[in-house]
Design a protein around this ligand. Structure first.
Ligand code: SF4
Length: 428
């Protein structure tokens, strides 16, 4: 059996009224991004300038990996630093000296700001500039904020990539930049498809190693693979690069539309794209259809969390036959998600931001079959009998492009199957 994707809706959600909420929200902070970024950039080190709370967050999110050869750590701000009794700036620079003396493998060092470093107004950009001058060309030192104040967990990656853009060398070459930290397996598949289409001058931000040249300029077109890269998108445009708007490469439809948009930008004809994509498209449709047996006809409610909600709602409604009741996203960057909104049929409430109590009321009233939310809300909602899916898993699991389409659908089917089994057991 293969899935059938319906034709584009006559009325998508691009201009649907937005429910804007600005109340209390339940999210993880941007430090979380370090967990997948440090795996991607193999010669980078992330030094969080924060408190013991920040260190605990990283240790528990990273599990045992911290005991291996760590590529992230925390420079702990003690009470004397926070009270302004010590020169935290000098101490930080001494800490970096010690780290770089010990670790010759580090080629890129990120000083990552946190709530405490922001409260005491520690100037990490000045520290990064001074340290960069001191350690160039062996090590490049950059800084960004992973602070949890008013942010979501995916913003850490956006802030990190945006911080890298001003340091990229300039180039006038006609080239494609693929932007977003993907697991290597998904990234390799995308590069292979692009190469088969005839695109060879392709770079990836972030690159796996500091030595891989990634340049930018007016003849660079860039395609985003993650929907949460609004700051990086703006930074690349400031360097003269041009964004290729496209649905995000989730599922068969999203991947095909993404590749077609890139092909069009580079003057590659559709027949060539079809020849390259026909076989993987058929495989993706077949794999999605299997999981869609569980998902089809089920209702869906997204709490705002990962910023991937709109492209995922498009995939789950169009390729898996689900019905979206509410699609909440922390921020809606129309420049990034409009092509996905065009494909999402009108009907669901589209909400931006959060007022968690009001949204919980709407969710309880709607009684969706599946609720996608953060860890903090999942347990209480499960206790109330709702079936939930943690959004955070989506950034740790390969879910992009054709060969992962079936896995992506299965990630949503699994909690529904488990929920049904538990109900059956309870009834016996
Ligand atoms: S950056 Fe802020 S929210 Fe994140 S762990 Fe540190 S103190 Fe907590």
């Amino acid at each position: 059996m293969t899935a059938h994707t319906p034709p584009p809706p006559t009325m998508g959600c691009r201009n649907a009224p937005l429910l804007k909420e600005r109340g209390q929200h339940e999210v993880f902070c941007g430090l979380t991004g370090i967990i997948w970024l440090h795996r991607k950039m193999q010669d980078a080190f992330f030094l969080v300038v924060g408190s013991r709370t920040c260190a605990h967050l990283l240790q528990s999110a990273a599990g045992v990996m911290i005991f291996a050869e760590p590529r992230f750590g925390t420079a702990i701000l003690e009470e004397s630093d926070l009270a302004g009794l010590a020169d935290a700036q000098e101490e930080l620079e001494r800490e970096v000296d010690r780290l770089l003396a010990r670790r010759s493998d580090i080629r890129q060092l990120f000083l990552v700001g946190s709530c405490p470093s922001e409260v005491i107004k520690l100037d990490l950009s000045r520290a990064a500039e001074r340290l960069s001058a001191k350690y160039a060309p062996r090590v490049r030192v950059l800084n960004y904020s992973g602070s949890g104040i008013e942010t979501t967990f995916t913003e850490g990656e956006d802030a990190c990539l945006a911080a890298m853009v001003p340091a990229l060398p300039a180039s006038d070459e006609r080239q494609l930049m693929m932007v977003g930290a993907l697991p290597d397996v998904a990234e390799d598949q995308a590069l292979d498809l692009l190469a088969q289409m005839g695109l060879t001058n392709v770079s990836v931000l972030p690159a796996r190693n500091a030595d891989t040249e990634v340049s930018v300029g007016p003849n660079t077109s860039f395609a985003l693979t993650q929907a949460f890269l609004g700051g990086t998108h703006a930074a690349l445009e400031r360097r003269g690069a041009r964004h290729i708007p496209a649905p995000f490469p989730f599922g068969e439809e999203g991947t095909t539309a993404w590749l077609r948009a890139v092909a069009q930008d580079f003057g590659i004809d559709q027949a060539r794209v079809d020849a390259v994509t026909d076989a993987p498209r058929a495989r993706a449709r077949k794999a999605v259809a299997k999981a869609a047996e569980t998902l089809s006809g089920k209702s869906l409610f997204f709490f705002p969390d990962s910023q991937m909600e709109i492209p995922l709602a498009r995939f789950l409604t169009r390729e898996c036959g689900m019905e979206a009741l509410e699609v909440g996203a922390p921020y809606i960057h129309k420049a990034l998600v409009a092509p996905d909104l065009d494909l999402l049929a009108e009907g669901p409430v589209i909400s931006e931001g959060q007022d968690v109590e009001l949204q919980l009321d709407r969710c309880r009233a709607a009684q969706p079959d599946l609720t996608v939310c953060g860890l903090g809300l999942a347990n209480p909602l499960e206790a109330e009998g709702l079936c939930t899916k943690w959004a955070i898993e989506l950034v740790f699991t390969p879910v992009h492009f054709y060969e992962q389409a079936g896995d992506l659908a299965s990630l949503f089917a699994r909690p529904l199957r488990r929920h049904d089994l538990l109900k059956l057991e309870a009834a016996e």
